[in-house]
Design a protein around this ligand. Structure first.
Ligand code: PLP
Ligand code: TYF
Length: 400
């Protein structure tokens, strides 16, 4: 039956980790995958996660199936974290929230919803974007195109290009926006730019679909990082938001996240939720409980919640410190006086270095520094002790 199947290519991001594992050099550095590491470059389980898990054991939580829409306490907590604890849309019952399989699964559920209930529309993705966005929408049978986002000349946002492409998109298109800490560029619109983007999306009757994978990780503050989404909700938009707890709670493998649909009326929110449940039932029946309980325990316990905010600020702060050290080390070695400030102005886990594919190959082949081909490095995989080594590799690669 399957004789004609050909080999699929490796994933461009996860393939980098596989190549890193196979490298036997003691100099090697994995700056490919976006996963937080400690200053010793070790995986990190948050203290608040350990505390929540201890409480869960003590309380003898069972392993019964969750309802299709997920754990009620989690759904309440996740929408409050996103929109604020006394958000009017939530109080009015206008938000349909479904616990789903982390950011990826929530995006995929949203894509399935669009395919069924908003057919024939095109989804517009930023260029560049997180590579999996394209797979997710394509596999759901939703056509995608791109809008301009990055300007290589300024290593900044191509705001005019972005606005022109959103303007040129057919009325009623779906616009995917990274809520904060844009992956891979680390460049976000300013509050003033967000406001102009909202004006334009409103004028064009587009549907915003926010991807919030780094709430708390960009600025270190949950509220600040949700400002873009909150602006749109305050202005009365109908919209979708996918949330992930992979990065901000370090729950990568627990697959915990949510899809939120903000609707004009409570009646419509009830109907949309019923349809999302129907889609989820056929896709995976019901979501896993462990990560949902962790989030519910962390948010539901004031002391643990405060401690989480501190741990998040600690993670964001370590990455900011590493960025600063890397810039210092680059300046020490750079005889051409280049401007490295983009490394400290870009936010979140990543820096988009502008290294070309041949230079990336030099980084990996000669220096054993693993990164994605688009020139993205994950600062979460670096520490101060290795910043000088990375600077050597970058200067050598830029100069050759
Ligand atoms: N969206 C963006 C922009 C991401 O960078 C990621 C993870 O790197 C995700 C979504 C989804 O991750 P997960 O499925 O682990 O929540
Ligand atoms: O580094 C990134 O951009 C992500 C990381 O199931 C990732 O792609 C890895 C595995 C996964 C989801 C995200």
């Amino acid at each position: 039956a399957f004789e004609s199947i050909t080999q699929a290519p490796p994933d461009p991001i996860l393939g980098v980790s596989e190549a890193f594992k196979a490298d036997t050099s003691s100099d090697k550095l994995n700056l490919g995958v976006g996963a937080y590491r400690t200053e010793d470059i070790k995986p990190y389980v948050l203290d608040v996660v350990k505390k929540a898990e201890k409480l869960m054991l003590e309380n003898g939580e069972n392993k019964e199936y969750l309802p299709i829409e997920g754990l009620a306490d989690f759904n309440k907590a996740t929408v409050a974290l996103l929109l604020g604890s006394d958000n009017k849309a939530v109080k009015d019952g206008r938000v349909a929230t479904i616990q789903s399989l982390s950011g990826t699964g929530s995006l995929r559920l949203g894509a399935a919803f669009l395919a069924r209930f908003y057919p024939g529309r095109t989804v517009f993705l930023s260029n560049p974007t997180w590579g999996n966005h394209k797979n997710i929408f394509a596999d759901a049978g939703v056509e995608w195109k791109e809008y301009r986002y990055f300007n290589p000349a300024t290593i900044g946002l191509d705001f005019e290009g972005m606005m022109a492409d959103i303007e040129a998109a057919p009325n009623g298109s779906v616009i995917v926006l990274h809520g904060c800490a844009h992956n891979p560029t680390g460049i976000d619109p300013t509050p003033e730019q967000w406001s102009k983007i909202a004006d334009l999306i409103e004028k064009k009757n587009h549907l915003p679909f926010f991807d919030v994978a780094y709430q708390g990780f960009a600025s270190g503050s949950l509220d600040e990082d949700a400002a873009s989404v909150r602006l749109f909700v305050e202005r009365g938009f109908e919209l979708l938001v996918a949330q992930s707890y992979s990065k901000n709670l370090g729950l990568y493998a627990e697959r915990i996240g949510a899809l939120n649909a903000v609707l004009p009326t409570a009646d419509l929110a009830t109907k949309v939720k019923s349809q999302l449940k129907r889609l989820a039932r056929a896709l995976y029946s019901n979501p896993p409980v462990h990560g949902a309980r962790i989030v519910a325990y962390v948010v539901g316990n004031n002391d643990i919640f405060d401690e989480w905010k501190q741990e998040m600020a600690g993670m964001a702060g370590r990455i900011q410190a590493v960025r600063a050290t890397l810039v210092e080390e680059l300046k020490k070695r750079d005889t051409k006086g280049r401007d490295w400030s983009f490394i400290t102005s870009q936010i979140g886990m990543f820096s988009f270095t502008g290294l070309k594919p041949a230079q990336v190959e030099n980084m990996t082949k000669k220096w054993h520094v693993y990164m994605t081909k688009d020139g993205r490095i994950s600062l979460a995989g670096l520490n101060k002790a290795r910043a000088g080594y990375l600077a050597d590799a970058m200067i050598d690669s830029f100069d050759n």
